[in-house]
Write a protein that binds this ligand. Structure first.
Ligand code: SF4
Ligand code: SF4
Length: 338
C-alpha cells in the first residue's frame, strides 16, 4: 500500500500547494475551520487533522460565505453585466471527514443536476479535489452512519487517507485523485502498515422510516414543542456542511457596482419574506419545521438521501440545546393523528 509519512506531511502540503490552493483544518485562535495552507502560521495555527470536526466545514471552498458574481454598469434604465467573476482556480480540500464530503456531494446535486447548473459553483467545484480523512473513532455527537455516510470509505472522495500512527495510508479513488497522487509520488512509499481499528459509534440513531413518516406530520403538534426553545439564531445553518441557502445582493457606486451572494439561513424571518410583504414562513415554528423537514424529508424525496450528514455540529453549537438526534427519535415515537 502507499503511505505518506507524517514527517513528510508539511512537505507534501507545500508541494500540493504549488499548483493548487490547499485548504486544511486549522485551529486559529478561537476559530477553527478550513483555511488556506498558504496562510498557515506556525506560531498561531494548529493543524487539526487528528481532530474529528473543526467548527466550520469546508463548504466555503466551493460555496464561499460571500462571493462576487457579476460586475454591473447602469445606463439610464438599462443595467448591463460587464464582468463575470467565476473562479476556477484549482483547490484541494485536505482532510475532510466523510460527513463533510457528503455535504459537498449533496450540494453537487443541488447546483449541478436536474437541469439546473450554477456556473459559479460549477467553476469552483470542477477545479476542486477532495482528500478525505477516514474516521475510525466517531465522536460523542456523530451519527453519520445513520445518514448514509461510510466514515471509513466516504463516497465522493478523490483520495482517502487513513491515520496509521506515524504514517497516513494513501489511497487514490478517482482519476483526479491519481493525478494528485502522481504529483507527490516522490514523497509516498510502498509499505505495509496496520489499518487503524474502527471504534463503535457511541450515539445510536435510527433514521429508518423517518423521512416517510414525516410526510404525514406537517401539521403535527410535535413541531410546537420541538420549536419552542429555538431562537432562530441561524448558527446551526452556518456550521452545517450541507446547508446552502444564499441571498443575492447588489453594491453600487454611482453607475457601476457588482452583484454578490452571501450565505443566508432559512431560520431568518427575512429569508422567506416576499417583495409584497407576505411571508409563508413568518412564524418561528414554521422556519424551524422547514429546516428539519428539508434535512430529513424533502431532500430525500428529491435526491434520494437525507440532507443531514450526521456531523453533529448543530448539536454542539445550538445555544438552546436543540438536538436533531432527539428530533429524529421524537418523530420515530410520535403518534400520527395526535
Ligand atoms: S442553533 Fe439552535 S437556536 Fe439557533 S436557529 Fe439553530 S436550532 Fe434554533
Ligand atoms: S443538520 Fe446538524 S448534524 Fe446534520 S449535517 Fe447539518 S450540522 Fe451536521
Amino acid at each position: 500500500m502507499k503511505v505518506l509519512s507524517k514527517a513528510k506531511l508539511q512537505t507534501a502540503l507545500n508541494k500540493l500547494n504549488a499548483h493548487n490552493e490547499v485548504f486544511v483544518p486549522l485551529q486559529r485562535g478561537s476559530q477553527s475551520g478550513y483555511f488556506s495552507w498558504s496562510s498557515f502560521d506556525d506560531g498561531r495555527d494548529q493543524l487539526m487533522l487528528e481532530a474529528l470536526n473543526v467548527y466550520q466545514s469546508p463548504k466555503n471552498v466551493v460555496l464561499p460565505q460571500t462571493e462576487k458574481m457579476y460586475g454591473i454598469k447602469s445606463q439610464g434604465m438599462e443595467v448591463n453585466i460587464d464582468q463575470t467573476f467565476e473562479d476556477a482556480h484549482p483547490t484541494i480540500i485536505f482532510g475532510a471527514r466523510g460527513c463533510d464530503v457528503k455535504g459537498i456531494i449533496a450540494m453537487d446535486e443541488v447546483f449541478l443536476t436536474r437541469g439546473y447548473e450554477d456556473s459559479f459553483y460549477k467553476a469552483r467545484r470542477s477545479a476542486n479535489t477532495i482528500i478525505a480523512n477516514a474516521c475510525y473513532a466517531p465522536g460523542a455527537n456523530c451519527f453519520c452512519n445513520a445518514m448514509e455516510v461510510d466514515p471509513l470509505d466516504p463516497a465522493g472522495a478523490d483520495v482517502i487517507i487513513r491515520d496509521a500512527g506515524t504514517d497516513y495510508i494513501w489511497e487514490a479513488k478517482t482519476a483526479q485523485g491519481e493525478a494528485i497522487t502522481a504529483s507527490i509520488a516522490d514523497l509516498l512509499e510502498e509499505k505495509e502498515v496496520k489499518l487503524p481499528e474502527a471504534k463503535p459509534f457511541t450515539q445510536q440513531v435510527d433514521f429508518s422510516g423517518v423521512a416517510e413518516k414525516l410526510k404525514d406530520m406537517f401539521e403535527h403538534p410535535l413541531w410546537d414543542q420541538m420549536a419552542q426553545p429555538c431562537i432562530n439564531c441561524g448558527m446551526c445553518t452556518y456550521v452545517c456542511p450541507s446547508c446552502y441557502c444564499f441571498d443575492i445582493q447588489v453594491k453600487m457606486w454611482g453607475d457601476h457596482g457588482y452583484r454578490f451572494r452571501a450565505w443566508d439561513s432559512c431560520m431568518f424571518e427575512e429569508y422567506s419574506r416576499e417583495a409584497g410583504g407576505g411571508n409563508p414562513r413568518g412564524a418561528a415554528k414554521e422556519r424551524f419545521r422547514q429546516r428539519f423537514l428539508h434535512k430529513l424529508e424533502f431532500f430525500k424525496e428529491r435526491y434520494g438521501t437525507p440532507l443531514c450528514t450526521g456531523c453533529g455540529r448543530c448539536i454542539i453549537v445550538c445555544p438552546t440545546d436543540v438536538n436533531i438526534v432527539r428530533i429524529i427519535a421524537a418523530v420515530k415515537e410520535a403518534e400520527l393523528n395526535a
